[in-house]
Design a protein. Structure first.
Length: 150
């Protein structure tokens, strides 16, 4: 994500924190900046590693708690899939994911046809749908190239 867009998003997040009665602390800002800068659906440990170089006083527990808090506020989203550690997505808008079953890479993609899927009626289950996101699993270009070399 380019620097100007990242700065604009941070300003928006500062306002959102205020709306929720939370302080936009230096640690929270640093963690959010790391997620935005990594831009690869990082795991919490990857965010911690990126921060450790710049802000060695931020604890692993703080990173994990803050990421979960940011996800609850819908500032970032969780991009998890079965059998893998939770990944965090800097995009909180509606979009979908391609997930490589070989390297676990997560790739964002947009598709109006998927966006227009009508939600089924889940009332009989007492379930309220809050989001729809399609995850397509397969093999990414890089992993296919590696397989072709073998």
């Amino acid at each position: 994500m380019e620097r100007q867009a990242r700065t604009q998003r941070l300003d928006e997040y500062r306002s959102l924190f205020r709306e929720h009665g939370l302080n936009f602390t230096a640690q929270r800002r640093a963690i959010l900046e790391a997620v935005l800068a990594l831009d690869n659906h990082p795991r919490a440990d990857q965010v911690f590693a990126a921060l450790a170089r710049r802000r060695p006083r931020v604890s692993r527990a703080t990173v994990f708690r803050t990421l979960e808090g940011l996800a609850r506020l819908r500032i970032i989203s969780r991009a998890s899939h079965p059998g893998s550690a939770v990944r965090y997505d800097s995009r909180s808008d509606r979009h979908h994911h391609l997930i490589c079953t070989s390297c676990e890479r997560v790739i964002d993609f947009d598709d109006a046809r998927l966006d227009s899927i009508r939600l089924p009626d889940t009332r009989r289950f007492g379930f309220v749908v809050s989001a729809l996101q399609v995850q397509l699993r397969g093999t990414c270009r890089e992993c296919r190239k590696q397989e072709d070399k073998r």
